[in-house]
Design a binder for this molecule. Structure first.
Ligand SMILES: NC(=O)c1ccc[n+]([C@@H]2O[C@H](COP(=O)([O-])OP(=O)(O)OC[C@H]3O[C@@H](n4cnc5c(N)ncnc54)[C@H](OP(=O)(O)O)[C@@H]3O)[C@@H](O)[C@H]2O)c1
Length: 173
């Protein structure tokens, strides 16, 4: 069976990096992973984690989830070259701690651009292909902060609450 084409956002560090390497190293060769990050200067850690899977089963690509044109161009290219996106993992996110009255609106907008609108835009970009193929999975990385609010995590929690509700927003594909 052809490997599933996986796109993961935010793979320079943390869960995105670990997930990309884990899937690429799958002993059943079930995944071809496009591990994306907004700054390719940070790719060294992922290259090490990928080991021998690099450029064979794990491919590192540039993608900033706040840049709509880049998202559309990137997903179009994967669809053209690979024929489909089977699995999208919306992992990219920024953390934030701070009482709401002290957070500038520009910073709040920036958190939402990454944690909410980026996730929605990526999802919009892959849905037509998944519908055409009548198959696909979208995994949204949320947080416990999206289930109940923490003191002084107002903005982060509100963004993760939006992620928690995004299946409703996106009509349960
Ligand atoms: N760690 C936790 O305890 C925890 C708990 C619950 C939920 N989460 C969620 O899990 C996800 C991953 O978190 P993590 O703990 O692995 O954090 P992390 O190590 O800070 O990784 C976050 C990743 O997102 C990337 N990113 C930020 N802005 C981006 C943008 N505009 N476009 C593309 N990538 C961008 C970062 O890239 P740069 O290196 O360029 O900044 C980084 O690769 C996030 O959605 C986070 O909210 C984490």
């Amino acid at each position: 069976m052809a490997p599933k084409v996986v796109v993961i956002t935010g793979c320079s560090t943390g869960m995105g990096l670990e997930t990309a390497a884990l899937l690429a190293k799958d002993s059943g060769n079930r995944f071809k992973v496009f591990a994306t990050m907004r700054n390719l200067a940070k790719k060294a850690q992922l290259e090490i984690a990928a080991g021998s899977t690099l450029n064979k089963k794990l491919f590192i690509r540039e993608l900033d989830v706040t840049k709509e044109d880049m998202i559309v161009e990137f997903i179009d290219r994967i669809n053209r070259e690979e024929g489909r996106v089977d699995i999208l993992i919306n992992n990219a996110g920024v953390g934030h701690v701070g009482a709401v009255e002290h957070v500038p609106m520009s910073q709040i907008r920036s958190i939402y651009e990454t944690n909410v609108f980026g996730l929605i835009r990526l999802t919009q970009a892959v849905i037509p292909g998944m519908k055409a193929n009548r198959a696909g999975h979208i995994v949204n990385i949320s947080s416990i902060g999206g289930l109940f609010g923490y003191p002084f995590c107002d903005i982060y929690s509100s963004a993760k609450f939006a992620v928690e509700d995004s299946p409703n927003l996106l009509h349960h594909y």
